[in-house]
Write a protein that binds this ligand. Structure first.
Ligand code: TRP
Length: 365
């Protein structure tokens, strides 16, 4: 059995640095490693609709944005199948069968679902808008995500830490299905980012997570001047007032970003007085190193990383029909794989009644 990757993103906005260090950069490395037989990267529009039912046009308009982000970071459609979730109707059929293997109580215990319910105020009966109450589709999205993963018989799911409960839930569904029917589904493994700083990149304000709703993001498609301003305004160490004061690294967003982005060659190129990040950190904690200097260095590092991505984005932006052609071809190809799995699933469940073998058993007393 070969190794297969399936992963994806909800198209609710352009992708930012949190997505980049948490998953996009890794996907490109995995693609380039040649170790995988197939790589599927999905734009999860149907999942995005589970909590954006009031704003479907946001989801629709961000499909192209996310596809542009994919192509510009270096996902290559000749090696990675890029597709749109809603175009694969087999996924909803799998979801419907898997629903019988999962209890309402188990979904209620899913930490990600719990957290999202609290965050969105779905449970707040006083809410004036239509968010009072939990949409059934939203509640069931972990099951639909299990369908996404298993439809492609994915062995490996590279995602951020927040997706861990989804993968665990998928594994449970696989085990239950295989035990109940026949072992046709593959139990996937999660692949988390390798650097700790990449697990959950904080926003530029130092808040827990880079998130569109908090307005603390640096987007892959931001222009250089916007990025510079965001970096120069970043949260550092509030007790580091004079340059000579000893600085603290913990919770210091600028250093967290350096942990996520910088390599020794960046020092050679932009700050040759230091050989590596450890030296810079030592000076900062000792005192005598100002925030502005560190921020300027971070800016140079981030600009260097994003420059080629932005340049490629410009090229693809000039040819949107090509972008949709990539998605159409990818969706056609993904559908074939999902259809083969659905056939296996129906056969395992013995609900492929008109298969001559099965039919014989059905019509003979
Ligand atoms: N839940 C993921 C997110 O919010 C998107 C997603 C949908 C996904 N289906 C998936 C990720 C399957 C990995 C595998 O970002």
């Amino acid at each position: 059995m070969g190794k297969v990757i399936l992963t994806g993103d909800r198209p609710t906005g352009r992708l930012h640095l949190g997505h980049y260090v948490g998953s996009l950069r890794r996907r490109v490395e995995l693609q380039d490693s040649g170790k995988f037989d197939r790589i599927f990267v999905m734009i999860a529009d149907a999942q995005a609709l589970t909590d954006n039912a009031d704003n479907p046009s946001k989801v629709r308009s961000n499909i192209a944005q996310v596809a542009l982000d994919y192509l510009s970071v270096g996902l290559d459609p000749s090696r990675t199948t890029l597709f749109i979730q809603s175009q694969i109707s087999e996924l909803t059929e799998l979801t419907f069968f898997y629903m019988n293997l999962v209890t309402v109580q188990r979904l209620q215990r899913n930490p990600t679902v719990k957290q999202e319910i609290a965050l969105r105020g779905f449970n707040d009966s006083d809410a004036a808008d239509n968010k009072a109450g939990i949409p059934t589709g939203f509640f069931c999205y972990p099951i639909s995500q299990a369908a996404d993963i298993t439809a492609f018989k994915a062995t490996t799911v590279p995602v951020g830490e927040d997706q861990e409960p989804m993968i665990e839930q998928t594994r449970e569904i696989v085990r239950k299905f295989n035990a109940t029917y026949a072992p046709v589904l593959v139990e996937p493994e999660i692949l988390l980012p390798d650097r700790a700083a990449c697990l959950r990149l904080p926003g530029t304000d130092g808040k827990a997570k880079m998130s569109k709703s908090l307005g603390n993001c640096i987007y892959l498609s931001d222009d250089p001047e916007d990025i510079r301003k965001k970096i120069m305004g970043m949260y550092t160490d509030p007790t580091h007032i004079q340059v000579s004061d000893p600085g603290h690294l913990e919770g210091n967003t600028v250093f967290t970003y350096l942990d996520a982005f910088c390599r020794d060659e960046h020092f050679a190129a932009f700050l040759p007085e230091y050989a590596c990040l450890d030296e810079l950190k030592a000076h900062y904690t000792r005192g005598g190193l100002g925030d502005v200097k560190v921020k300027k260095f971070l800016n140079a590092v981030i600009q260097a990383e994003l420059e080629p991505i932005r340049a490629r984005r410009k090229e693809f932006e000039a040819d949107i029909p090509y972008v949709f052609e990539v998605l159409r071809k990818g969706s056609d190809s993904a559908r074939q794989t999902a259809a083969a799995t659905l056939a296996d699933v129906k056969h395992a469940m013995q609900i492929d009644y008109f298969n001559p073998e099965v039919l014989k058993g059905m019509i003979q007393p």
